[in-house]
Design a protein around this ligand. Structure first.
Ligand code: ZN
Ligand code: ZN
Ligand code: FE
Length: 761
């Protein structure tokens, strides 16, 4: 190659997730091996390299940066410019961070303990033998311990730990696996494990604390356990008494618990795992994976009552590995909170809130800066769908389909809240924050919004929010003193699905969920929208029905059964249906007849109604419970064997109305006839799926649209989704389903951010 030996100097700018992932030592090792002079450093735009040497060596360095960066890095761009050579360039060195300018690069995600670290933890001859906080450049906490950028030890919650000589030597040796590993620590200088009683009194520390924790768990006690992003409540998953006790103390009636298994092999004894699910389970992200439960799974029935799936995950810290290996059985590991409060992550608060619920608390002295719940991913067939995008995913950026015209903070919905920022071509969703109706969650929301803006250097030009004026996130936006943009809830749902696919065209979006405020002031939730990332038009919806009793109608599905029975078969039959479910049917009917209740087109409420008619769920204790149980009920019936119940399709005022009344009537008649509940549940799913597909195909076809996007929490229902998808595919329509962005309200901020960032473009 001519000129390959000519000496040049290049300035190389690397953008993406390149801090806190071992990027500088990686560059150092390659530069030294290629005999290049110069330096590498972190700055607020990413990593900056200046390298001087033969043309061929410089080209090789850039190739490595692009094609085989370190495992945790996500390189977006590598830009090299030639600059004047220096007369005495010296060797290659790593230089300290500069904090000036605008931060634009989020730190990396929290990453599960790597194999090299685990080998040390298991090696009696190693100085980190049995040490619960072992980590290195390739693994360990990141997002949850970072307090500022650039990412460096003083800007983490490890700032208070002074490295011992041996740790410092590793940290400073470019050839070492722990070179510039910010959480680097050992038993001599790092965090210490402690076990305290529920009042906070010291019981044991170090290896003694681990012994006591294992002893407690294997004798049926309940522990609070400080992890990476917060506290868990832990108990023996195979012990029905321990699990029941955990439910009682946590005041959690039915919502399933996640189970941690020691390895993929152990997880296979609990669930049926596809190769993709097994790989995800063992990946560095370590989410909770929802997978079909095995009939012979040895976990107590109280872990996931009434459900066909189990949420399982693998150890992601050295502490988890030690506990699971020693306990020799799967452990329930559920968020450390009472009922639906936010997960505890600060020690004093954790003791106050969790102490009364547990027999002992296992904690340590490394602070958690940002609370981060476990992520949840569903595995069905060969498909994976993120339902909660949090630890191991946040703050990984997604690509904005287009360039942001302004910097955006999007503040999300009220339930399952997340926030997102958009800048340049990047959209960064936060971790899961929770239900803002809880004061603690609202505080976490404020902290998350500020922290995410800080990490990404976003100074919002506009704050995007939901149309609903009563959401605390909306109030925050309106009080922010910045420009605001109200985004309709279901438009945000559909937009979030488009972001997930990088889709910039127009789609027919089907947004089915619980409730969201519509542009006409009514309560939407079964919507057909012609939409893109800029605008939408409501072209169809489910037939509206009264919502008797407001909030009570959400908590008590039997009320929706009365409302839908009345819509389908009249008040007299509704009276008979309701009387079998609850003694207050007459009051509900009176409200529907004369009380002028608000109307809703909600698909979620339709599922509630059918679950109640079938007698499986008259009151819910968590969002979506009736729908989840209705789907589980249908499981024994193959989709093709289900009866096909009819729906009504009509057009009124140019808008298509999908009327579930015939479907509900069929369900009521079938129940009266004594048809098995599983068959009826399957028939409902099949009928609704066929109706949705027919409506979507008609609406799309009439407008020359070839793509349908399915969004909203109702499309977490695998059976319904498959019914719609199969019917649309048979008509040659392309279907977009959620993958990396949650279809539920956890994705709302993503859709809001994209719409606000691209508005006017
Ligand atoms: Zn490691
Ligand atoms: Zn040390
Ligand atoms: Fe929603």
């Amino acid at each position: 190659m001519p000129g390959a030996l000519t000496t040049r100097r290049r300035r190389v700018r690397v953008r993406g997730t390149v801090q806190g992932v071992g990027f500088r030592p990686f560059v150092y090792r390659h530069a030294v091996a290629l005999r290049l002079a110069g330096f590498v450093r972190n700055d607020t735009e990413g990593v900056l390299i200046e390298a001087q040497g033969p043309e061929a060596a410089l080209a090789e360095l850039c190739r490595v940066l692009r094609e085989s960066p370190p495992p945790l890095a996500r390189v977006e761009t590598v830009e090299a410019t030639t600059i004047p050579t220096q007369a005495a360039p010296g060797g290659f060195r790593i230089i300290g961070s500069t904090g000036a300018g605008v931060p634009a690069v989020p730190v990396s995600v929290d990453t599960a303990t790597c194999d090299a670290c685990l080998a040390e933890v298991d090696d009696p001859a190693d100085r980190r033998y049995g040490y619960p906080f072992t980590s290195c450049t390739d693994c360990g906490p990141r997002y949850t311990i970072v307090t500022a950028v650039p990412y460096d030890r003083p800007a983490t919650t490890m700032a208070g730990f002074t490295m011992c000589e041996r740790c410092r030597a590793e940290y400073e040796d470019p050839a070492d696996r722990r070179f510039h590993a910010q959480p680097n620590a050992c038993p001599a200088c790092g965090p210490t494990l402690r076990l305290v009683d529920p009042t906070g009194a010291w019981r044991a520390e170090g290896p003694g604390a681990l012994d006591m924790a294992v002893e407690a768990l294997t004798s049926g006690l309940v522990l609070a356990l400080k992890g990476i992003g917060g506290y868990h409540l832990a108990a023996d998953a195979t012990d029905p008494v321990a699990v029941a006790e955990l439910r009682r103390r946590k005041a959690r009636d039915d919502k399933p618990f996640a189970v941690m298994a020691a390895s993929v092999e152990h997880a296979r004894r609990l669930c049926h795992l596809t190769p993709a699910a097994a790989a995800l389970l063992a990946s560095a992200r370590r989410p909770i994976v929802l997978a079909p439960r095995r009939a012979d799974a040895t976990v107590a029935d109280g872990v996931a009552p009434g459900l066909a799936e189990l949420g399982i995950f693998l150890p992601y810290s050295a502490l988890h590995h030690l506990l699971l290996a020693r306990a020799g059985r799967p452990l329930v590991m559920t968020s450390g909170n009472l009922s639906d409060d936010p997960i505890a992550h600060v020690d004093g608060d954790a003791l106050a809130r969790l102490g009364p619920l547990v027999d002992a608390v296992v904690l340590h002295d490394r602070p958690i800066h940002i609370r981060c719940d476990d992520s949840v991913v569903r595995s069905t067939g060969d498909r994976l769908q993120v339902l909660r995008r949090s630890r191991g995913y946040a703050p990984e950026p997604m690509r904005l389909p287009g360039r942001a015209r302004r910097q955006v903070l999007a503040v999300g919905a009220e339930l399952k809240n997340t926030v997102s920022v958009a800048t340049g071509t990047m959209l960064v969703p936060s971790h899961h924050i929770g239900d803002l109706e809880h004061l603690g969650a609202y505080r976490a929301f404020l902290q998350a919004a500020e922290h995410l803006c800080h990490l990404t250097g976003v100074e919002p030009d506009v704050v995007a929010h939901d149309l609903h004026p009563e959401y605390l996130s909306t109030k925050y936006a309106l009080d922010s003193g910045r420009d605001t943009l109200a985004v309709q809830h279901h438009h945000a749902h559909v937009a979030s699905c488009l972001v997930d696919h990088g889709h910039t065209g127009t789609v027919l979006g089907v947004a089915f969920d619980g409730l969201g405020l519509g542009s006409d002031g009514s309560l939407w939730g079964g919507e057909f929208l012609v939409a893109d990332l800029r605008a939408f038009e409501r072209v169809g919806h489910l037939a509206p029905v009264g919502l008797p009793g407001g909030i009570a109608a959400i908590r008590e599905p039997w009320r929706m059964a009365v409302a839908w029975a009345r819509a389908a078969l009249g008040a007299e039959r509704a009276q008979a249906v309701g009387a079998a479910l609850d003694g207050r049917t007459d009051q509900v009917l009176a409200v529907l007849e004369h009380g002028d209740p608000p109307e809703t087109t909600s698909a979620g409420r339709l599922f509630d109604a059918v679950a109640a008619v079938l007698g499986i769920r008259l009151r819910v204790t968590y969002e979506g419970q009736a729908a989840v149980e209705l789907e589980a009920l249908a499981a024994p019936v193959a989709p093709g064997d289900a009866p096909l119940y009819p729906v009504g399709l009509a057009t009124s005022g140019g808008v298509l109305v999908l009327d579930p009344a015939p479907l509900v009537a069929a369900v009521i008649e079938e129940v009266a006839r004594g048809t098995p509940a599983a068959t009826v549940a399957a028939g409902f799913h099949r009928g609704l799926g066929a109706g949705v597909a027919a409506a979507a195909a008609d609406l799309a076809g009439a407008r020359g649209i070839d793509t349908v996007a399915l969004s909203g929490g109702v499309f977490q229902n695998v059976r319904l989704t498959a019914a719609v998808e199969d019917a649309l595919a048979a008509r040659g329509v392309r279907v977009l389903l959620h993958r990396d962005v949650p279809p539920n309200d956890g994705g709302i901020s993503v859709g809001q951010a994209a719409i606000a960032a691209l508005a006017g473009s």
